[in-house]
Design a protein around this ligand. Structure first.
Ligand code: ATP
Length: 235
């Protein structure tokens, strides 16, 4: 759609050693992420969402294919920075939220403390509270804050709202959208609840049994796949 591409994935595949039947968890996936887009990675449990995100985050080596990031210097501050918020991301239980931010500051080459704090304030997360005493949703918020503090150009979120209560969900996704729009950040988030993404994502990747069934702009895909929507309410 004319926008620059921040990430190009070509023929990506993953076969786990000792995996069931030696099958491919991910098979021949090719797509691009347009700069500043919010892309939903949709698939049922076991479709390969975590596998794909982990490869993009550099945590897992693909068995086939490759990905290309148009980074301007070699790992320089102006290169692409990818932040990954995994599904389970245990915080140090006895560290306060403020301590956890210090850890984030140490672990990341680039750090924007104010941006991390802004996010925590927005959701009333107490900085002096031990992480182990936060609710699951609040812990997720700390992980978001740390990811945003690293000023990523690409933010990968694995089922980010699954740990949040329904009320917080829409607020968090809306805030993430605003962050993306304000900073030009590209977002890729996975979910198995498609309804969560209506009005949130502008692009869609549909994954089933490791294969990419559809990729592109949500509006276009919905127009072309209307017959998949299910029984019509008006008949
Ligand atoms: P979920 O929504 O449950 O997290 P997912 O879409 O993220 O599912 P993956 O976790 O990527 O799917 O798993 C894809 C396939 O790869 C599944 O069949 C899974 O059993 C298999 N798999 C995942 N991790 C491993 C592993 N470490 N070793 C062997 N097989 C694995």
């Amino acid at each position: 759609d004319g926008r620059d591409t921040v990430l190009t994935v070509t023929g990506l595949g993953k076969r786990y050693r000792g995996g069931r039947d030696n099958t491919w968890a991910l098979r021949d996936c090719s797509f691009t992420l347009p700069a500043g887009s919010v892309t939903a990675l949709v698939g049922m449990n076991g479709a390969g969402k975590t596998t794909l995100l982990s490869i993009l985050a550099g945590l897992l080596t693909p068995t086939a294919g490759h990905l290309t990031l148009p980074s301007t210097g070699q790992g320089g501050a102006d290169g692409a920075r990818i932040a990954f918020v995994a599904q389970e991301k245990p915080l140090y239980r006895y560290f306060s939220v403020a301590d956890m931010l210090q850890v984030g500051a140490r672990l990341n080459r680039v750090w924007d403390q104010e941006r991390a704090l802004r996010w925590l304030r927005r959701f009333d997360i107490p900085l002096d509270r031990a992480c182990g005493r936060l609710s699951g949703g609040q812990q997720a918020q700390v992980n978001f804050a740390i990811a945003l503090g690293s000023r990523p150009s690409v933010l990968l979120l694995d089922e980010p709202v699954s740990t949040l209560d329904p009320l917080a969900r829409s607020e968090v996704t809306a805030e993430l959208l605003t962050e993306a729009a304000d900073t030009g950040m590209t977002v890729l988030l996975s979910t198995h609840v498609v309804g969560e993404l209506v009005g949130v994502a502008d692009h869609l990747l549909l994954l089933a049994k490791g294969r990419l069934l559809a990729a592109g702009e949500i509006d276009t895909l919905l127009e072309n796949h209307l017959h998949y929507v299910g029984p019509r309410a008006d008949v």
